[in-house]
Design a protein around this ligand. Structure first.
Ligand code: SF4
Length: 248
């Protein structure tokens, strides 16, 4: 966590955007990981349908970059298998599967069915709190949100902050064509659920992840018809310069 006040953090964010915000993703990641935030930056990955893209870029820059995976205990088994296969394929050496605090889960959701009545609270104990703890030793974190996801993500800056850390939106400007071209060039494997019509994969309960509706794609199957589009990990510590409100 950066030991600066909000004003300093906002100044730093603006300065980083000015100096590095227009760099190609690989150059940006190289500078952030191996120079500016050396040993103080982590990648947060869902190991979902598009995650291999950013994981592959980071692996080219530094395979020892810490990668945080929020293991909610509610994932599809296919996601866990995909996570393990990508770790091996990309040679990542420091993937941290972070679980929610057992006492919190026992106290608040002993039956593991909170998602049925309060998805925000379920995400809070299974994602938001564990991520805050996992990032406590870092000054910055990288995530894979893109402007093409739409909604609150459509105006994403390259660098922002969450009040405590710099957030590096390293592939914010990637469009479908760029993603597909990189995927093909690197021969990246698909998440196993893509073949069944899932375009975005989170936790297994049907309220949380469904196949994309016909004619739709992207994140349309996430918390479908619930008015919820994000899990909340990007809302904690939100500041005036953080306009994203997005998710991983
Ligand atoms: S996505 Fe669903 S199951 Fe996962 S933490 Fe959020 S509400 Fe709970």
């Amino acid at each position: 966590m950066l030991a600066v006040d909000t004003i300093e953090l906002n100044r730093l964010t603006q300065s980083l955007n000015k100096d590095y915000g227009a760099l190609p993703s690989l150059e940006l990641l190289d500078i952030m990981i191996n120079n500016i935030f050396k040993d103080k930056i982590a990648l947060v990955s869902s190991f979902g349908t598009e995650a291999a893209l950013l994981l592959s870029l980071v692996s080219k820059v530094n395979k020892n970059t810490p990668v945080v995976f929020l293991d909610t205990g509610m994932h599809f088994p296919e996601t866990l298998e995909y996570r393990d296969s990508l770790i091996e394929r990309l040679g990542l050496t420091d993937v941290r599967s972070v679980k929610p605090e057992p006492a919190s889960v026992q106290a608040i959701d002993p039956e593991n069915n909170l998602w049925k009545s309060d998805t925000d609270k379920c995400c809070y104990i299974r994602k938001v709190l564990p991520l805050a703890e996992a990032l406590s030793g870092f000054d910055a974190w990288i995530n894979g949100r893109k402007r093409i996801h739409g909604g609150l993500r459509s105006e994403l800056p390259t660098l922002e902050n969450d009040g405590k850390h710099i957030k590096v939106n390293a592939i914010a400007d990637w469009d479908r064509e760029m993603i597909d071209a990189h995927w093909e060039k690197e021969n990246l494997p698909e998440h196993p659920l893509v073949q069944w019509g899932y375009t975005s994969v989170g936790c297994k309960p049907e309220l949380c992840t469904q196949k994309a509706a016909p004619g739709e794609g992207g994140r349309s199957g996430r918390w479908a018809n619930m008015g919820k589009t994000e899990c909340g990990i990007h809302s904690l510590g939100k500041t005036e310069t953080d306009t994203s409100g997005g998710g991983i």
